[in-house]
Design a protein around this ligand. Structure first.
Ligand code: ATP
Ligand code: MG
Length: 319
């Protein structure tokens, strides 16, 4: 339990005036594409039977559910309701992002429902091994070879999102879902947003600050007007890989309790963390390409897919 509590501490949020609302981006401008219309096979809340709680996040609870007619199993994320119609609209906008994504490495959303009492539920693809954080907590050893396979999939998902002008903004081990075949899907777009030309670069303070890049902490010092807004996700990917390899959040010693100020100073003023001796040159170089403090020097998802650490990885299941 101590370990669980410790890791939970990493879900630090910046001290915003209305913290729970900060998880959702401002409403998209009217030009944003409309959410996909439900198909004729759309699932409704009444079709679903709760089986068990899968986990709790900052914004709500995730249940394993079964579709009564088809017996198909899904994950139902129930986000606690907010009576403010503007916030509800923002949540539904998030749903529209999820419903329009179609990548083998981004979680699928099968439906979004308004529940009695004001909660909103997202019916998502169920991933039977939980998250990379769960695996790490359960003692799975992430070797370089395993990480290169996982990393290629994460990059494929990120490349898809970035090419569709979606920034994830909360990439971390607990937002990367896994199944028995070690196939991964990026999840939790609670703080993502679709970029519109009319919006400023995404330098607002949202997301899980432990995995935030220097330019998101301090856009004045580390960003420029034209800084690459997608590069923040690449920074988070670098930290995620490092954490999985060393077994603890890389900016802190195992067991150290983080606080916002310590993290901010370490990320903005310290040297980026690096892999220990004994790791391969390719792995070290890959992490370095992700953890460049200057966002303009950070590689993009497309460039990283050609990096030797992941370029040779075959994602096809062996016959
Ligand atoms: P945060 O609120 O910062 O995202 P979190 O990622 O831990 O924190 P949730 O996204 O709400 O919280 O997820 C809670 C837990 O539910 C996850 O850690 C995971 O174990 C489980 N979970 C979420 N989505 C799925 C899914 N699609 N399939 C299986 N398990 C899931
Ligand atoms: Mg999550």
């Amino acid at each position: 339990m101590a370990v669980v509590r410790e890791r939970r501490q990493l879900n630090l949020r910046l001290p915003l005036p209305s913290e729970h609302r900060s998880r959702f981006p401002p409403p998209l401008p009217p030009s944003a594409p409309a959410p996909a219309a439900p198909s004729s096979t759309a699932i409704s809340a009444a079709d679903l039977e709760k089986l068990q709680v899968l986990g709790h996040g900052n914004g709500g609870t995730v249940y394993k559910v079964r579709h009564k007619q088809t017996s198909a199993v899904y994950a139902l994320k129930v986000v606690h309701g907010d009576s403010d119609p503007a916030v509800r609209r923002q949540i539904l906008r998030e749903a529209s992002i999820l419903r329009r994504t179609d990548s083998p490495h981004v979680i699928k959303c099968h439906g979004v429902f308004d529940l009695p009492g004001g909660d909103i539920a997202f019916c998502m693809q169920y991933m039977d091994m939980g998250t990379l954080e769960t695996l790490l907590r359960n003692g799975v050893v992430f070797t370089e070879s395993l990480l290169s396979k996982l990393c290629r999939q994460i990059l494929t998902g990120l490349e898809y999102l970035h090419s569709h002008k979606i920034i994830h903004r909360d990439l971390k081990p607990s937002n990367i879902l896994v199944d028995q075949k070690m196939e991964i899907k990026i999840s939790d777009f609670g703080v993502s947003k679709i970029l519109q030309r009319t919006l400023d670069p995404c330098n607002s303070y949202v997301g899980t600050c432990a995995y935030m890049s220097p330019e998101r902490f301090d856009p004045d010092s580390f960003g420029s007007k034209s800084y690459d807004v997608y590069a923040g996700d690449i920074w988070s990917l670098g930290l995620t890989l490092l954490e999985l390899y060393v077994g603890h959040f890389p900016y802190l010693a195992p067991g150290q309790r983080p606080d916002w100020a310590t993290l901010m100073c370490a990320i903005c003023f310290g040297e980026p963390p690096a892999l220990p001796e004994g790791t391969s040159g390719d792995f070290r170089s890959f992490v370095e390409c992700c953890l460049q403090k200057d966002s303009s020097k950070r590689w993009s998802a497309t460039q990283l897919l050609a990096h030797p650490f992941v370029s040779g990885v075959d994602l096809q299941p062996s016959a």
